[in-house]
Ligand binder design. Structure first.
Ligand SMILES: [Zn+2]
Length: 81
């Protein structure tokens, strides 16, 4: 298991699930944050895998997650015209 990432790059949460590991041992893992559900593979670039390098515009705080509006409903399908 790779230990490069110990916190979520997006929200800095420390509890992560390992969704999948490479069939070649110690190569990469697919991790998912238990709080914001961000998901990444440990072999991706640092801007996707490390909190320090993750783009500021996409970072979330615990407050932002708590106060996030509900996911919008999918509108009815348009009829073909
Ligand atoms: Zn997260």
């Amino acid at each position: 298991m790779t230990t490069m990432t110990t916190i979520c790059p997006r929200c800095a949460h420390g509890t992560l699930d390992t969704l999948y590991s490479s069939p070649i041992p110690d190569t990469w893992d697919v991790l998912q944050c238990q709080r914001c559900h961000y998901c990444w593979r440990t072999s991706e670039p640092e801007r996707r895998t490390r909190r320090e390098a993750y783009p500021d515009g996409f970072k979330l705080t615990a407050e932002e997650i708590t106060s996030a509006p509900e996911v919008p409903a999918i509108p009815p399908l348009r009829t073909a015209s």
